[in-house]
Design a protein around this ligand. Structure first.
Ligand code: AGP
Length: 591
């Protein structure tokens, strides 16, 4: 998820574009770049890192330009990989948001025709494809070039010798900003709200040409009209896509994140090369916080589907008590790729001769440089400190890894992969229960302590649910395996301590229902998370959070999204500072 901008009008394009990019940095901030038409040439600036102070930068005078702020997916964050990318003659410049899945084969074909590539990105092929087709009409060349692309793309293209911008939308967002005598093209409305609140949301297949006196849109080669809408939001609201907090926005991005991560690893087969697991006798996960809980779920999946023994270590403990590691595969899970404890655990594991894999969300992060093998999640930038969509993306990678390592017959793997493919739809259905979950949150928001219980895969789900509740609502929530309650935590039960119970329809269902009855007998308010067609549970609890039916192995995703919403609405009811909770940081870069 990157941010792209194009401008044509009467203002200095460099200043308009750099300030607009700054408004889009929540979409990616590892590098940025701008191109401005100056006479019959292009002036380009590219930098690594966030923009910082816009006044620090200026290019040559020009009123036509394009810009990009990057969230790297192909090619690490660097100046050479930053956008805009150009053709061999630096006459055509392109900015792109999305993924070109067939870029490798296109690149080889273009290189065999003499094109010189300078970056590692998927995007650069677009500039060279347009160069191949260009005969003086930029729009025609773009329309021919995009026929060769596979994947998702929102692109804006300019040519040093023409007074126009050409833009294309396919599976990535793109919006035209309609000003008075000036026009903008961008990934998202926050970029244009300083200048106009009149926008056009382009649809898939739209090709737009913008020039000094206006713009035209085509779809399927035919000219089309699109409605001009007025955006009612402030810029801050717009960055959150109209949601009150980034956390809620990111929970709602979960279905798309699952689709993007599945897209990365699934074609006819699961595209994970597991040669790193050759000859191993065990797997050890190292991680912190939410990533540690994902590791616990990884353990459940891998042991269940492969029989390989798995241990899960807190990275901060692993550093000082590294276990013996001969034929050990160490998997380090980290959203940011910069968590100090996890990085140190990876280094120590390598020193002890272990092979190290990392499951990470940030391209070019330190973890990707330490690991022997990298598996990326495709959650995009996560702004809210509380990890939500990134956790789900970690689970999707763990499901695919466990299935790839599994000894199951192909038909069974296929069946499970098919169930994974419908996960985005099932999560959309969990989100439909948002109002009910908000009402239940209102009922528990005044308590200062609560207990989460589960069994089997329900235990790490409960631990993650309790962590979300703790870190954003400041309620002291603890999670326990339900069978552990009798050995102490039972003493905490009563009217002051509500219990959140995860009722998963697997072999633990009956005994879990029993545990719920025991808890209820001690007068705790009980909220159960259960299947939407479970008619039994409501007899024994105060409230039920319903989730759509799925194979019990996949409940880690549906139940976790429901618990993220419960924590969010409880914290909101308590008036907490949700996106930046006290005492916490998005990435803990110190031990
Ligand atoms: C989760 O909501 C927290 N932000 C925190 O526990 C986090 O999971 C932990 O710091 C690990 O971060 P990482 O995944 O970036 O390594």
């Amino acid at each position: 998820m990157c941010g792209i901008v194009g401008y044509i009008g009467f203002r200095r394009a460099d200043q308009v574009i750099i300030s607009a990019l700054k408004r889009l940095e929540y979409r990616g901030y590892d590098s940025w770049g701008v191109a401005v038409k100056h006479g019959n040439s292009l002036e380009i600036i590219k930098r690594v890192g966030a923009i910082g102070d816009v006044e620090n930068y200026s290019l040559a005078e020009g009123n036509i330009g394009i810009g990009h702020t990057r969230w790297a997916t192909h090619g690490k964050p660097s100046e050479i990989n930053a956008h805009p990318h150009t053709d061999c003659d630096n006459k055509i410049a392109v900015v792109h948001n999305g993924i070109i899945s067939n870029f490798q084969s296109l690149r080889e074909e273009l290189e065999s025709r003499g094109h010189k590539f300078s970056s590692e990105t998927d995007t650069e092929v677009i500039a060279h494809l347009i160069e191949e087709e260009y005969r003086g009409d930029l729009k025609e060349a773009v329309m021919k070039a995009i026929k060769r692309l596979r994947g998702s793309y929102a692109i804006v293209v300019m040519h040093a010798e023409t007074e126009e911008l050409v833009a294309v939308k396919y599976k990535s967002p793109l919006v035209i900003g309609v000003g008075d005598g000036e026009w903008f093209i961008t990934s998202d409305v926050p970029a244009v709200l300083d200048y106009t609140n009149r926008v056009i949301y382009l649809v898939d297949g739209d090709v737009a040409k913008l020039w000094n006196d206006g713009f035209t849109i085509w779809n399927n080669g035919k000219e089309v009209e699109r409605k001009v809408e007025t955006v009612p939001w402030s810029i801050e609201d717009a960055e959150k896509g109209g949601y009150e907090h980034f956390m809620l926005k990111e929970i709602h991005e979960t279905p798309r994140v699952i689709e993007d991560t599945l897209f990365e690893y699934l074609s006819e087969d699961i595209k994970i090369d597991v040669s790193f697991s050759a000859g191993i006798s065990e797997i050890v996960f190292v991680a912190c916080g939410t990533s540690y809980h994902a590791s616990l779920i990884g353990k459940c999946l891998i042991e269940k589907l492969t029989g390989i023994p798995v241990r899960v270590e807190y990275a901060s403990e692993f550093i000082y008590n590294p276990p013996p590691m001969s034929r050990t595969l160490v998997i380090a899970i980290t959203q940011s790729g910069e968590t100090a404890d996890t990085l140190e655990a990876m280094r120590i594991a390598k020193k002890h001769g272990a092979r190290v894999v990392t499951i990470v969300n940030v391209l070019g992060s330190t973890a990707t440089r330490i690991a022997d093998y990298v598996l990326y999640t495709r959650a995009g930038p996560e702004i809210s400190v509380a990890a939500t969509k990134s956790f789900t993306a970690q689970l999707v990678v763990l499901y695919l890894l466990a299935l790839k390592l599994s000894k199951l017959p192909g038909s069974e793997i296929e069946k499970l992969v098919d169930e994974l493919r419908i996960m985005p739809e099932l999560v959309r259905r969990v989100l439909e229960y948002e109002e009910e979950i908000e009402q239940i949150a209102e009922e528990i928001a005044d308590f200062e302590g609560m207990i989460y219980i589960g069994r089997g895969i329900g235990v790490p789900i409960a631990m993650e649910g309790a962590l979300k509740m703790k870190e954003i609502s400041y309620i002291h929530a603890e999670a326990y395996p339900a069978g552990e309650l009798k050995h102490g935590p039972f003493a905490l039960l009563g009217r002051d301590t509500p219990v959140i119970a995860l009722l998963i329809p697997d072999k633990t269902y009956e005994i879990m229902l029993n545990n719920i009855k025991e808890v209820k007998a001690r007068e705790s308010l009980v909220v159960a998370v259960a299947d939407e067609d479970d008619a039994e549970v409501e007899k024994y609890v105060d409230f039920v959070i319903r989730v759509p039916k799925t194979n019990s192995v996949f409940t880690a995703i549906t139940y976790s999204v429901a618990l993220q919403l419960l924590a969010y609405y409880t914290a909101r009811k308590r008036g907490c500072e949700i996106d930046k909770p006290r005492n916490l940081a998005k990435s803990v870069t110190v031990e």
